[in-house]
Write a protein that binds this ligand. Sequence first.
Ligand SMILES: [Fe+2]
Length: 240
Amino acid sequence: MRPDLVVVSGDLTQRARDAQFAAAHAFLVGLGLPLVVVPGNHDLPLFPFWRRLTGPFERYRRHFGRERLPSYLDGELAVVGVVTPHASLWKRGRLAAPQLARIAERFAATPTGRLRVVVAHHPIVTGADPQAERAHGASAALAALRACAVDVVLAGHHHRSWSGGDAGTARGAVGTRAMVMVHAGTAVSDRRRHETNAYNLLCSDGPRLEVTIRSLHGDTFAAGARSVFLRRGDGWTTLL
Ligand SMILES: [Fe+2]
């Protein structure tokens, strides 16, 4: 498909081991495509516990670099990743005010006319499951990202392929400055939850954004459910 960019919204490893990071890194670099990668909670070591507290991202950074806001910019796309796992909130993750301020600064310095995308491991809307947990600071994050004219927020963690508006779980939820929220399923791990392995293909064409779930059938990923969003004025509406 030769996409312009590959985005990985975290949980590259199961137990944050060096060999697991090395394998993930080799696989992703082997794609030969631009990458934006953020860590997930599984990329912080569980054991020994002191390592989680003293240097939670040490191994991740050894393989994937120290960039706090890994990003990508071209004539059509401005993508900014943010690190949401936290040593003392291992599972839930957070988006803190200083991180939101750094994202706002980054977009303020980014030329307009590009699709603005934020990538975080932990979702800031519940998505497919109304009971699902959102990151700490999710409500403030939604307001802050809307304020810096973000178009799309990509997340992982829930293991459920889903896309919709930013008002919650309802598909087609729209409003002033509504963003499109896209949650990734489980791409390649065999520790799946509810669904077969899948990833999302996003195609942006002018005011139109198409999100296709590509899921594994036999040994091939094939196009499945598709959602279409259309930019209207200051936000997005669902077409399909
Ligand atoms: Fe996770």
